[in-house]
Design a protein around this ligand. Structure first.
Ligand code: THU
Length: 128
């Protein structure tokens, strides 16, 4: 699937955001290696720290359906700039994805892609 197509799905998912507190909507569309798509939107709570980002909603939907291999994720935020995934979401991605997992972002009509390794080098691993 083309990056642009996946981004349309992320934009669409963004409409389902529940964000009455920040009023910042985020949508994500996650593509598995075998071509399935899981969408997510940020879900806020009046107890603010309970908020879950769009990316993690998409990942947890996929993981809880048994998915194990991921190719790329498109993220669309309601601001004017690229909506980079937060540190917590990068760490969650690193749990389930390799260094070559691709993160697609948009700014207006411009689309950029990054590898997970670029956005989170030296991620935490529980090596005992
Ligand atoms: N948010 C996401 O959904 N993904 C990100 O990568 C960054 C932030 C959400 C959380 C919160 O609902 C709103 O954006 C403002 O922080």
């Amino acid at each position: 699937m083309e990056d642009r197509e996946l981004m349309y799905l992320a934009e669409n998912a963004r409409q389902k955001s529940y964000s009455p507190y920040s009023k910042f909507k985020v949508g994500a569309a996650l593509l598995t290696k075998d071509g399935k798509i899981y969408e997510g939107a940020n879900i806020e709570n009046s107890s603010f720290p309970l908020t879950v980002c769009a990316e993690r909603v998409a990942f947890f939907k996929a993981i809880s359906e048994g998915e194990k291999e991921f190719e790329k994720i498109a993220i669309s935020g309601s601001g004017d700039n690229f909506c980079f995934p937060c540190g917590a979401c990068r760490q969650v991605m690193s749990e389930f994805c390799g260094k070559d997992f691709v993160i697609i972002l948009e700014k207006g009509k411009e689309i950029k892609r990054f590898s997970l390794d670029e956005l989170l080098p030296y991620s935490f691993k529980l090596d005992k």
